[in-house]
Ligand binder design. Sequence first.
Ligand SMILES: NC(=O)C1=CN([C@@H]2O[C@H](COP(=O)(O)OP(=O)(O)OC[C@H]3O[C@@H](n4cnc5c(N)ncnc54)[C@H](OP(=O)(O)O)[C@@H]3O)[C@@H](O)[C@H]2O)C=CC1
Ligand SMILES: CC(=O)N[C@@H](CCC(=O)OP(=O)(O)O)C(=O)O
Length: 393
Amino acid sequence: MSSATFSSNFLQTGCLRKDGFNNPKDKKRNVGKVFVKCSVNTKTQKAEKEVRLGVLGASGYTGSEIVRLLANHPHFGITLMTADRKAGQSIASVFPHLVSQNLPKMVAVKDADFSDVDAVFCCLPHGTTQEIIKGLPKSLKIVDLSADFRLRDISEYEEWYGQAHRAPELQKEAVYGLTEISREEVKNARLVANPGCYPTSVQLPLVPLIKANLVQPKNIIIDSKSGVSGAGRGAKEANLYTEIAEGIYSYGVTRHRHVPEIEQGLSDAANSKVTVSFTPHLMPMSRGMQSTIYVELAPGVEIKDLRQQLKLSYEDEDFVVLLDEGIVPRTHNTRGSNYCFINVFPDRIPGRAIIISVIDNLVKGASGQALQNLNVMMGFPESTGLLYQPLFP
Ligand SMILES: NC(=O)C1=CN([C@@H]2O[C@H](COP(=O)(O)OP(=O)(O)OC[C@H]3O[C@@H](n4cnc5c(N)ncnc54)[C@H](OP(=O)(O)O)[C@@H]3O)[C@@H](O)[C@H]2O)C=CC1
Ligand SMILES: CC(=O)N[C@@H](CCC(=O)OP(=O)(O)O)C(=O)O
């Protein structure tokens, strides 16, 4: 069955999670749908699941995280996985934690057969991705986790990524998939550019506040921290244990490639050009991300107005949570899950606020949001297979 057929069928039927639990928040978005229960067996997922997926770059951190998350998905089964240096190996030999899944061997992209595939997650390095996606069958739905299709302005891509864009025609059709903000566009997209991890953690709190004119769209200062998995699995001297442990360091100071992505999203929200000061830091932790954001309030606005707006924007959302007043979000709160936790605090300096947002860079910052987007593209309830509780401690 083609992906288009799935989409229209499941728009009408929807589906329960395999354990029969339906997130109550889904109900609001699926009123009038008839739910059917689906059975799943991870050992035979290829045979029983309806949508056939390819994971390009399965031997990397985001690719393997997609594979982990998909084990609980009642409709998506993996029929193709690719790797580069690790082509020819099984996923279990690269990632023993995934041994219980019955999955195909990883092949090189050039040897991949897409005839048995309805949709792909593209978890490849930026630059490489454009060429590869250009060569994929047009019938495939694609969620691209790289940065290759996130910036609408090709010249901006070329400036910040230091290379020519090799698929400008595809850029025109790509939809930027910050799901909570652009769900309607994602629904009809063929190619979704999954947001970067830092831009996700920054835009989720700021976009609703800027849209509602509650914070000034200027003098925004963003201080972000990431776990080391954000840099991918490839060996790099800067990411050795000795370089990372027992210290933190700032990088991309004054010029990180996520700046134009953040500014694009905030400028859309403000309807005018927004610029930000952004500095990321590498933390001695494997996963997790925090953005601490300093903003100026619009005249007459109080902290309670910011909280009220965020409550309103996200109260029907599955994954974005405004914490109770005074509770400080911690990366521990979202580890292993697709949640983004946010809170807002009054600065000691009048007229300013401090916003803290946390996500797991590999889940809401990458593979979880990618799966959320594919659920939307295929017409399934958005949280299908994604309601993992955070791991704590
Ligand atoms: N890590 C994170 O938190 C986030 C990452 N991203 C983006 O997602 C993408 C994947 O990131 P991540 O999983 O961390 O990266 P990894 O380095 O962990 O994995 C990269 C994957 O791509 C494969 N690969 C590398 N070079 C090529 C090539 N020339 N042709 C085909 N396949 C190739 C690798 O294969 P092999 O292992 O065999 O070499 C591996 O499977 C990147 O664009 C990244 O920027 C986005 C948001 C967050
Ligand atoms: C810790 C670390 O190195 N993080 C990466 C960002 C994470 C990421 O992969 O972002 P993209 O999706 O835009 O590629 C970086 O700073 O480049």
